[in-house]
Design a binder for this molecule. Structure first.
Ligand code: C5P
Length: 211
């Protein structure tokens, strides 16, 4: 019996990895999990239940009780939820609680595309194909600002600062920091349209799956 196909797509905020992961999942007829949503949901639930985001143990206990329905909660895509997510994501008990969840999702037939920060390095180190998607911080901030400013009055500088702080926190944490896996292909989308980035991602993944 062949093992379910798994594809790991990592990278920083607004690099394009989420859209790429969704389209790659469609292309290979796989399920898709945006793992950032798990950390966002833990942060939002902690905040609404009065659990301090800095309390690693209590946040970890909340993460253990995470329910799939929690991923459909209100406000998960907000900038505040993203900031909170990167705080709780630094806590080892939170990461440990979410690890089995992610692996169980990925290994259910026919397999899955997971996008996040540590998929290729920690969650699925033996994934069949791995991509690390990145772009210059100012280009990522402009993309995120265009999205957020549709519904909110928000300054570009605020979005850029938020992205830079999150990048720094995600890359510096000792447990599962954001980094390119040694065997991941690098895709820099700075000068690409989203359609161009998807085409290139599929080309890179096809090349990995054929070797
Ligand atoms: O990708 P997204 O912006 O939704 O992620 C929110 C936060 O969740 C990230 O800044 C990061 O701190 C955390 N995260 C993580 N590991 C993942 C996915 C997200 O630490 N696999």
């Amino acid at each position: 019996m062949t093992s379910p196909l798994t594809i790991a797509i990592d990278g920083p905020a607004a690099s394009g990895k989420g859209t790429i992961a969704r389209r790659v999942a469609e292309k290979y007829a796989l399920r898709h999990l945006d793992t950032g949503l798990l950390y966002r949901a833990v942060a939002v639930l902690c905040a609404s239940e009065g659990i301090p985001l800095a309390d690693a143990q209590a946040a970890g206990e909340r993460a253990v009780r995470l329910d799939p329905a929690d991923l459909k909660g209100e406000g998960l895509r907000s900038a505040a939820a993203g900031r909170g997510a990167s705080v709780v994501a630094a806590h080892p008990p939170v990461r440990a609680a979410l690890l089995d969840w992610q692996r169980a999702f990925a290994t259910l037939p026919p397999g899955a595309v997971l996008d996040g920060r540590d998929i290729g390095t920690v969650v699925l180190p033996t994934a069949h194909a791995k991509l690390f998607v990145t772009a210059d911080p100012d280009v990522r901030a402009a993309r995120r600002w265009r999205e957020l400013s549709k519904d909110h009055d928000i300054a570009y500088r605020t979005v850029l600062q938020d992205i830079e702080e999150r990048d720094a926190r995600d890359a510096a944490r000792p447990d599962a920091p954001m980094r390119q896996a040694d065997d991941a292909a690098l895709l820099d989308t700075t000068n690409m349209t989203i359609d161009g980035a998807i085409t290139e991602a599929i080309r890179l993944i096809d090349a990995r799956l054929c070797t």
